[in-house]
Ligand binder design. Sequence first.
Ligand SMILES: [Zn+2]
Length: 466
Amino acid sequence: MTTTIISGGLVITAADETRADVLVEDGKVAALASPGSAYARGWSADRTIDATGKYVIPGGVDAHTHFELPFGGTSSSDTFETGTRAAAWGGTTTVVDFAVQSRGRALREGLDAWHAKAEGKCAIDYAFHMILSDVNDGSLKEMDLLVGEGVTSFKLFMAYPGVFYSDDGQILRAMQRSAGNGGLIMMHAENGIAIDVLVEQALAAGRTDPRYHGEVRRALLEAEATHRAVQLARVAGSPLYVVHVSAEEAVAELVQARDKGLPVFGETCPQYLFLSTDNLAEPGFEGAKYVCSTPLRPREHQAALWRGLRSDDLQVVSTDHCPFCFSGQKELGRGDFSKIPNGLPGVENRMDLLHQAVVDGHISRRRWIEIACAAPARMFGLAPHKGTITPGADADIVVYDPHATQTISAETHHMNVDYSAYEGRRVTGQVETVLSRGEVVIDRRRFTGRAGHGRFVPRATCQYLN
Ligand SMILES: [Zn+2]
């Protein structure tokens, strides 16, 4: 049994900020004590980590990643090995990735395939959501089994007709099922049928550049789908979690639902908070680097997202990490924006960008931990093991230097992708040391983890309503 003391830091959780020494035993947080009292209390340690002048925060929980996802004739470029290692570098110690049901196939087949991709490869702990691409009697029954195995959330798409798309009847049936089995429905809320018409019209008119990806995926079509998803969830009596909210009008739909007291939740992502359609309009084909869905919005939308995060109308910031290299992957869409693989890299950048938001005054330090660690852990049934620093919790802990400065760049990042969406951005704050279940996986900015340390975590049902 290894014992570690993390001494002298400011321990920040979603609930408290307190100067304390943290005792880690056997992979778990054993105790917190006032600074300097560790030895007086008779604690002894195999290892002491000096966190003087640093923050001691829970490891990040990124509830939205896509490693090795087949999409648009190619696959996202991070494997579970490279993606979880990059996550650790960025202070994230748990990811929830999306297993995919293929059309006409069982959920089990998709889930088994994702277990096979991840097993023995991960540097940090991982869990799965299940993407439903084919809601039918068989998949509805399988949902109950998956909830029992710790795969307790199911993503549906109102976009991507012919690929992941579910119609309103299928959505209603899946929501009814989850109302009964405790699963949480996650929704990609964009009206994909209408978007496909606009895509066809844009291409026919010769509007083929990346920026038209943002223009055809209209904010109103995100808001419309969000509204419809909320009403369907009300009819079914189920909670609803809307992924990657980007439009001010969609936030307004969530606010309206929550003001009625409905169990409706929303997630946004760093790209919507820090990037905009200005990036999509970058000259040449550079805009392709920023093609994701929902799309980046005009800068004016960002204020509504920050407000939503402060007012708890948005609860979670995840990355939707889905990297495709510019060279050879994004380039598939030269001359036709609809063929650009959708997705951005970000799993390594989330904790730092959100710390920058603290520095910039958008959110408080505790809110940073809430939206990046504690809320996703509760939302997806990972609490109390993940997302906080409290006796009994997994010792997933980051020693964070709030004063270090760094420049984000593809030259120095660890994600397996040939560009950074935040290239050249200066941020204040940097991960120094990371523990995953008590094991040091990043030691003063050296990777000391290993593929296979990370374990599959079966999840409880959503704890956000308790
Ligand atoms: Zn996604």
